[in-house]
Design a protein around this ligand. Structure first.
Ligand SMILES: [Zn+2]
Length: 400
């Protein structure tokens, strides 16, 4: 089956994950795609299985001995930020740069979406304006499955290759049950990116802070110099944080503190923050600022007016990858060998690859040709998706 047909087949299966679900996978429907992939992989000759959590694993035994083995990973689920049911992909051949009418209400042009300039002349796949496309990350899956098919049909020389398709990446749980006892690659790549030629190996260091404020509630009629309003303590705390270290004022490698939730009464108030920075030192400084403000307020009021808990969510994978740059260097060389100039951007978020890297599987991310993820304007360049497949071949040639 050709890669485009494969992609469309996957895109039509609704695999939206659910952040509010406690089950694994978070939605039953992801199993449908997992089982289909098991069938397809088996048919093309990959030893594969689906585990109880709907992770699909595969292994292709090497035809030669190599010191290192490599893995490729993509995710089954789609984001719940936009409808994911009844996806109707439409192919536009040789895109000419004009405005694309998705439907009566939704259109996109290079004026509002400058990324469309990247794909002029390409065959692209768009939505009908009612759903997301699911190129995130079914493009990654199609690339990997197509790669396996080509590999096993032809006489190539390669070492052991591992594959995995994970559920629930969009809700941050894709690495939770990842089976490293089976997946014995020395390093791997997620195919979950945008423009082909991109290699991402830096992401945020991330923490969450929960701050609780203990007020001193007294009837307002007799409150003079006695009342301490917990909500005012919360205002005071927030006002002492650096004003411009806020997502609304930051980009690229600039970190931030982001207030995500507030609630309270006179007696008790709560603020929740996320703390983000690519740079580990600066990340620590930001946490220290939270501590300093807490101590200052407790000192000022003379009792434990502020309580706080800071927890690390995930860390920048580059801290690990920089110790052995091989996976990054191989990817860069492979991209060059495929005839494109590699580029990198620091991800302003986290990835499952980052978590896998910290679990012992170094795992940068590669571009797939998908754009405008998590919405109706999502689209996929077929040319770039095919190019991404070539890059996988170049990678296995470079594994020694
Ligand atoms: Zn993704």
């Amino acid at each position: 089956m050709d890669i485009v047909k494969r992609f469309i087949r996957y895109a039509k299966i609704d695999t939206e994950s659910d952040p509010n679900s406690k089950s694994v996978p978070s939605t039953e429907k992801q199993k449908k795609l997992a089982n289909l992939l098991l069938e397809e992989l088996t048919e093309i000759g990959v030893e594969a299985f689906v585990d109880e959590y709907s992770y699909v694993y595969g292994k292709i035994k090497g035809t030669k001995k190599t010191k290192n083995s490599v893995g490729f990973i993509a995710h089954l689920d789609t984001s719940s930020d936009a409808p994911g049911k009844n996806v109707k992909p439409r192919i536009i051949e040789n895109y000419d740069g004009s405005t694309i009418i998705l439907n009566q209400d939704y259109q996109m042009s290079p004026k509002t979406f400058s990324v469309l300039n990247d794909v002029i002349g390409d065959d692209i796949i768009v939505t009908d304006g009612n759903t997301l496309l699911g190129a995130d990350d079914k493009a990654g899956i199609a690339i990997i499955v197509d790669f396996c098919q080509q590999l096993l049909k032809n006489n190539f020389e390669y070492g052991d290759i591992y594959l995995a398709f994970t559920p629930d990446e969009e809700i941050g749980r894709g690495a939770d049950y990842f089976n490293l006892d089976f997946f014995k690659a020395d390093f791997a790549y997620t195919l979950d990116g945008s423009k082909v030629g991109g290699i991402d190996y830096e992401n945020f260091n991330a923490a969450s802070a929960w701050v609780k404020f203990n007020g001193r509630s007294i009837h307002p009629g007799s409150a003079k110099l006695k009342l301490i309003n917990a909500m005012h303590l919360a205002f005071e705390f927030h006002s002492l944080l650096p004003v411009f270290k806020n997502p609304a004022f930051t980009e690229n490698r600039e970190g931030f503190n982001h207030l995500t939730n507030m609630s309270g009464s006179v007696e008790e108030a709560f603020l929740s923050y996320i703390i983000r920075n690519h740079d580990k030192e600066k990340f620590l400084v930001q946490q220290k600022e939270f501590e300093t403000i807490k101590d200052y307020l407790n000192n000022k009021y003379g009792y434990q007016a502020v309580e706080m808990k800071i927890e690390i969510s995930y860390l920048n994978m580059y801290e690990i990858l920089k110790l052995d740059l091989k996976p990054i260097e191989i990817a860069k060389q492979a991209i060059k060998n495929a005839g494109i100039t590699p580029f990198t951007t620091a991800i302003r978020g986290g990835t499952d690859g980052a978590r896998l890297t910290y679990m012992g599987l170094p795992c940068p991310n590669l571009g797939t040709g998908g754009y405008n993820f998590h919405g109706r304007y999502e689209f996929l360049s077929i040319n770039q998706m095919k190019k991404a497949g070539e890059i996988l071949f170049e990678i296995i040639k470079l594994i020694e």
